[in-house]
Design a protein around this ligand. Structure first.
Ligand code: WQD
Length: 338
């Protein structure tokens, strides 16, 4: 039985990925500092899988804590999710993002080498592309300037791994998530924003549930079909399953040194206004949103070609934007009753 360390496993994508890994026969250990999470989602994973997930409270920015974590277990693989991920917040506090996202990654990478862990999957992001005109983006698209410190931490994170790989026996995969959204079909886990949501889909569902006083569209004067930004919303369970498929693929790689990158998106770019309309269609509600100026750090448009992940990993998204809205809304309403 392979044991996978999932850092940041108490989070949104982490908890969904742990669910998928366990359902596919992996053992998992979750390490998290609960800076932006609690163990609520991890406890709920047990309801779905019937398995209690070992949890180690760890400050990954402290190398001695990371070393103790690795010394206490034999990991066959690592999925490194642990990072702050708000574009908006990173613009306001860049130093927090560079410290938290890079110190934790370097420590986990150092211990991966010291303990000779064979496989490492890195949580990257479509934010690495910046503002590129040639869409959809492929993994060969030349990266533009990162539009936010968050995006820059992911560009730097990828470069650190690319430059570690040639001297490492560990095999690496970088997964570039587009816009993760939605919730597990069981309704037991979903996105739990820390404070007021900065991401669009939870902002929509919280506004629809009356939890926040307004839904604001940031920017309606972009050079797009309706003036609002374009994104590629991908169901979180599709993202989760891609990690399981990435590990299965890594065990087949015979190259001495291996590091490759894959887009995880649907290939469908939709605008912010179209996203709101998709929610209205699924929920039957009419959202009286406001419009405001552009949000600093936003990319105008980004959506994926996912052909490489399909060809190499055998990964294909199973959920639609309607599934995203339906599961996100069901989760929001369930949280309202908890
Ligand atoms: C999307 C669009 C906003 C809120 C996210 C993650 C990041 C990465 C990429 C994985 C923008 C607009 C938003 C609101 C709005 N994913 N918006 N009103 O910035 O693309 O980044 O996906 O790593 O981690 O954060 O997502 O949902 O914040 O914004 O108009 O209340 O929706 O301006 O155009 P973003 P987002």
């Amino acid at each position: 039985m392979s044991t996978i360390l999932v850092t940041g496993g108490c989070g949104y994508i982490g908890s969904h990925t742990i669910t998928d890994l366990v359902e596919n026969g992996y053992d998992v250990v979750c390490a998290d500092n609960n800076m932006r999470s609690t163990t609520q989602l991890l406890d709920a994973v047990e309801k779905i899988t019937g398995k209690k997930i070992p949890f180690v409270f760890t400050d990954l920015c402290k190398i001695e804590e990371v070393r103790a974590l690795f010394a206490a277990h034999r990991f066959d693989g690592i999925i490194h999710f642990a990072a702050l991920k708000s574009v908006d917040e990173s613009v306001k506090d860049p130093a927090l993002y560079f410290y938290n996202n890079l110190a934790s990654q370097v420590n986990v990478l150092k211990c991966t080498e010291e303990f000779a862990v064979p496989f490492f999957v890195f949580s990257s992001s479509c934010s690495v592309y910046g503002n590129v005109s040639d869409l959809p983006v492929t993994e060969d698209t030349i990266l533009a300037k990162a539009e936010s410190p968050y995006g820059l931490t992911k560009q730097m994170g990828e470069q650190i791994i690319r430059n570690t790989s040639p001297a490492s026996k560990t095999k690496f995969i970088l997964l570039r998530y587009f816009n993760p959204a939605g919730a597990h079909p069981s309704g037991h886990i979903g996105e739990v924003p820390f404070g007021r949501p900065s991401n669009l889909v939870p902002a929509i569902t919280q506004f629809a549930a009356g939890k926040i006083p307004a839904l604001t569209v940031f920017g309606t004067d972009y050079d797009t079909r309706d003036g609002s930004c374009i994104r590629d919303f991908i169901h979180v369970s599709d993202i989760a399953h891609a990690h399981t498929m990435a590990f299965k693929f890594l065990t087949t790689v015979t190259d001495g040194h291996y590091c490759d990158v894959f887009n995880l998106g649907t290939g469908n770019g939709i605008t912010v206004l179209e996203t709101i309309q998709a929610f209205e269609k699924v929920s039957g509600l009419q959202l009286d949103y406001k419009t405001a100026g552009r949000r600093e750090g936003d990319v105008v448009a980004v959506y994926a070609s996912n052909e490489k992940a399909a060809k190499t990993l055998g990964w294909k998204p199973q959920y639609t934007i309607e599934d995203i809205m339906r599961t996100a809304w069901a989760w929001e309403q369930r949280m309202a009753t908890q």
